[in-house]
Design a protein around this ligand. Structure first.
Ligand SMILES: Nc1c(NC[C@H](O)[C@H](O)[C@H](O)CO)[nH]c(=O)[nH]c1=O
Ligand SMILES: CC(=O)[C@@H](O)COP(=O)(O)O
Length: 168
């Protein structure tokens, strides 16, 4: 289902788990900072709106999206008490195939961290053909991928922390 026609910022607050005890990390790439800062703000505001305490949120910056892999790995190793980590980046197609390798690299790297680690790591990385597509998805006409990722982070934190065997 494409983002177009669906707003990334739409969510039902009443369906969110209780988040006041959750500890959330965010690792933010500084490449395309005007986009990634909007993604971060969307995620941060959503976490606070959902009840996460500001003191339970930690942020680290890394140079580019490829460094999100190491940054998230290091954050998970340093803060084992975290309930979720959100990786925030924006990769925009240039003239060469570098876009493909950065996107594939960060995707596979974060995938591997989820496979190997115990802290869920959310993929808030915009991989766009144009800057306008990034603008549209970081607080523009299609909403904010940061908001969407924060909602997912709260659900994954709940799964990690409070998963139970429910009678069907
Ligand atoms: N072109 C973009 C990059 N490139 C930089 C890489 O992410 C990485 O920092 C470099 O290859 C050194 O390891 N990064 C983005 O986040 N967005 C881009 O559009
Ligand atoms: C995604 C990138 O690394 C890209 O922005 C670099 O641009 P170019 O492919 O023109 O070197």
């Amino acid at each position: 289902m494409a983002t177009k026609g669906n707003n990334l910022s739409d969510f039902d607050k009443t369906k969110l788990p209780e988040a006041k005890d959750f500890k959330i990390g965010l690792v933010v790439a500084e490449w395309n900072a005007e986009i990634t800062e909007n993604l971060f703000q969307g995620a941060f505001d959503t976490l606070i709106e959902a009840g996460v305490i500001k003191e339970n949120i930690v942020r680290w910056n890394v140079p580019g999206s490829f460094e999100l892999i190491y940054g998230c790995k290091k954050m998970a190793e340093s803060f084992a008490m975290l309930d979720a980590i959100i990786a925030i980046g924006n990769v925009i197609q240039g003239e060469t195939k570098h876009f493909d390798f950065v996107c594939q690299g960060v995707t596979q790297g974060i995938r591997q961290l989820n496979v190997e680690g115990d802290i869920p790591i959310l993929f808030c990385v915009l991989t766009d053909n144009t800057k306008q597509q990034s603008i549209d998805r970081s607080g523009g006409k299609h909403g904010n991928k940061g908001t969407e990722s924060a909602v997912a982070a709260i659900h994954m934190a709940e799964l990690k922390k409070n998963s139970k065997f429910y009678e069907l």
